[in-house]
Design a binder for this molecule. Structure first.
Ligand code: HEC
Length: 116
C-alpha cells in the first residue's frame, strides 16, 4: 500500500512530467497559421494562393523557413531590404501579422523534382 506522503510525492512527480511534456510540444512562437492564411489574401495577387508566384517578378515564398520569412518581412518593413512594392506592403504589417504570415507560408509543403 502507498502511504499518503508517498502518494503525494507521486502526484507531484506526475504534474512535473506533464508540465515538461507540454513545454516540449509547445512551439517557441505562438504564431497563428490560420490568421496568417487570412492575412495572406493581400499577398495572393503576386505570390499566388499558396505562395507560388503568379508574377514573373515575384518570388515563390511557400515553404521558406519561418525565421527567414520573418526576418525578410521585418527587413522590408524597416527598409533594410529595399524593394518599392514590398516596402509599401510590409509597412502595413504588425509584428503579429509578420509572425502569422511566416507561420502560414512556412507551413506550406513544397516538393522539388530534379530536372531531367
Ligand atoms: C504587388 C505584388 C506583391 C504583393 C501584393 C506582395 N508581394 Fe512580396 N514580393 C513581391 C516582389 C516583386 C518581391 C521581390 C522583391 C525583391 O526583389 O526584393 C517580393 C518579395 C517577397 C519576399 C522575399 C522572398 C525572398 O525570397 O526573399 C517575401 C517574404 C514576401 N514578398 C512576402 C510577401 C507577403 C507576406 C505579402 C503579403 C502581406 C506580399 N509579399 C505581398 C511582390 C509582392
Amino acid at each position: 500500500m502507498i502511504r499518503p506522503r508517498k502518494a503525494l510525492h507521486h502526484t507531484r512527480l506526475a504534474i512535473w512530467l506533464a508540465a515538461l511534456a507540454l513545454l516540449a510540444v509547445t512551439p517557441a512562437s505562438a504564431a497563428d497559421i490560420e490568421a496568417g492564411r487570412a492575412k495572406s489574401q493581400m499577398c495572393m495577387v503576386c505570390h499566388g494562393q499558396l505562395g507560388l508566384s503568379v508574377r514573373p517578378d515575384a518570388p515563390n515564398i511557400a515553404g521558406h523557413p519561418e525565421i527567414y520569412l520573418r526576418s525578410k518581412l521585418r527587413d522590408y518593413r524597416s527598409g533594410t531590404r529595399h524593394n518599392e512594392i514590398m516596402n509599401v506592403i510590409a509597412k502595413g504589417l504588425s509584428d503579429e501579422d509578420i509572425a502569422n504570415l511566416a507561420a502560414w507560408y512556412s507551413a506550406i509543403r513544397v516538393e522539388a523534382t530534379a530536372p531531367r
